[in-house]
Design a protein around this ligand. Structure first.
Ligand code: ATP
Length: 475
């Protein structure tokens, strides 16, 4: 555990040192659970987004994308159940006034127990959460003598529900009617546009609508870096199906989403499915795809069979008919929905954790090591680094020519300072899969040295083949 914790700390430092992730408003001591992406982080994030978007929309003829606004009519959240149900059971410690999410408090305590005792405790907790038995949860916390990490006491309030939505005012009148919410999920923007897209796109069930966008949740316990944030991004897809076929589509999407994760080359042993024990108010089946982060297996994506709950609710609250006429069976119905919902920031963290490696390269006569991000080439922020060996003899000019030829096709990085070895290591640290060195031989025979990040192997290839080689690895 401790080495994994150390590794996680090292990853957080690495993210900052190499311009991937910064604490938001750091000069003012930061804003808790809010983060900014730096020069390489924003590239990596964009590449993950593009990979998801392409695999969902471009590669599926029956899925289209939209980009709905963050602000929505407040009735949306009444209809979706978020105003009444989007809350977590919380408990406060009376001595420190610190508030905890009950499941996090118990899970944190379980980590200190032997495996068997921890499993038994978590099973009890799951059962009580499923029943919404708040008194039972308090008793469980007290009987296990779970303490607040700040006050060190077990002086707890009762367990209460706490809504996670942020609200703000629309316009200048601060009465209740003008209160609106920052969306806590992107899905509702898809549901309220169901008919718009279906009609204008002449979509036939089964079909899907995909969206990437910001979501906001006033998470009480926000920890583990970008794993749990108050402002984050989701990549969601709602797949509309004929009622009665939802189970079949649920299984299909479960499988398809896992394949998407594995297509990035991650070891399958690092992934697992976890069925939900307590189903959300809208779901008839739900499973999480979990990844083994340095702090344990945790959710990165949810696949939910959301029934016809959302569309029916919007139909009722808007008093507008939201139905689909299925010409194959000559029937009108409200479609059922399978949702796939992945956190972009969590996928980013997964990608970095999975790629980060500290390697000992020492030989008999020399101590050496490197930090390398073994990112899939298609996700790497920089695809190709171009180095003239020296700053003279026409080498920079040749290197610039290559840069000009490649920069329209993919992200390149040019550098002529420092020894080549140092330049290689800096690119390893940001995960650049290929470095090319232009030397005096290039002028003679038109070849360059290309160095491969993972194997550190170097080979000579014609300068004219560099672009095609990189392109073949990043598509
Ligand atoms: P958790 O149990 O971790 O709070 P959740 O089950 O509430 O997550 P969903 O509502 O299913 O999450 O949201 C779908 C996805 O959005 C999650 O799988 C996760 O990747 C991402 N996500 C949810 N909340 C956050 C958050 N606070 N910060 C970053 N990503 C989040």
């Amino acid at each position: 555990m401790s080495t994994d914790q150390n590794k996680f700390q090292a990853i957080i430092s690495h993210c900052k040192e190499y311009g991937f992730v910064f604490q938001s408003s750091e000069i003012y001591d930061g804003l808790s659970a809010v983060y900014d992406y730096g020069q390489y982080g924003s590239e990596l994030k964009k590449n993950i987004k593009d990979y998801w978007w392409k695999s969902m929309t471009q590669l599926h003829e029956n899925i289209v994308g939209i980009d709905a606004a963050i602000f929505m009519h407040p009735t949306t959240w009444k209809a979706s159940g978020h105003v009444d149900n989007f809350s977590d059971p919380m408990i406060d410690n009376k001595d420190s006034n610190k508030r905890y999410r009950v499941d996090h408090l118990i899970e944190g305590f379980a980590e200190t127990l032997p495996q068997e005792a921890a499993n038994a405790l978590l099973a009890q907790m799951d059962e009580l959460l499923k029943e919404n038995d708040f008194a039972g949860l308090k008793t469980l916390i007290e009987s296990n003598k779970i303490k607040c990490s700040i006050s060190g006491t077990s002086n707890w309030t009762d367990v209460r529900q706490f809504n996670l939505m942020f609200s703000t005012q629309l316009g200048s009148v601060t009465d209740e009617a003008s209160e609106i919410y920052l969306r806590p999920e992107t899905a509702q923007g898809i549901f309220v546009n169901f008919l718009n897209v279906q009609k204008t796109g002449r979509m036939k069930v089964p079909f899907g609508i995909a969206q990437i966008g910001k979501a906001f949740r006033n998470e009480i316990v926000a920890r583990q870096f970008i794993f749990r944030m108050r402002e984050f991004e989701q990549m969601e897809m709602q797949f509309f199906v004929r009622p009665g076929t939802q189970q079949e589509w649920y299984e299909k999407w479960k499988e398809e989403r896992m394949q998407w994760h594995l297509s990035l080359g991650t070891d399958p042993a690092k992934y697992q499915f976890k069925n939900h024990i307590k189903l959300a108010h809208y779901a008839d089946a739900a499973v999480d795809i979990e990844y083994e982060f340095p702090f344990g297996f945790k959710e990165v994506e949810g696949i939910h069979s959301r029934t016809d709950f959302d569309l029916k609710q919007h139909q009722e609250y808007s008093k507008k008919k939201i139905q689909y006429f299925d010409t194959e069976i000559n029937q009108n119905y409200v479609p059922y929905v399978i949702e796939t919902s992945i956190g972009l920031d969590r996928m980013f963290l997964l990608t970095i954790c999975n790629a980060y490696a500290e390697e000992d390269l020492s030989t008999e006569d020399k101590q050496d090591s490197r930090v390398v991000l073994r990112l899939p080439a298609k996700l790497a922020p920089v695809k190709l680094a171009i180095f003239p060996l020296t700053k003279k003899d026409g080498l920079p000019e040749l290197a610039r020519e290559l840069m000009d030829d490649c920069k329209h096709a993919f992200y390149c990085f040019y550098e002529e300072k420092d020894a080549i070895g140092k330049r290689y290591r800096r690119q390893d640290a940001i995960g650049t899969p290929f470095c090319v060195t232009i030397d005096h031989q290039t002028k003679e025979d038109g070849t360059v040295t290309i160095r491969h990040r993972d194997s550190m192997e170097q080979e000579r290839i014609p300068l004219s083949e560099v672009k095609a080689l990189v392109l073949s690895k990043i598509l």
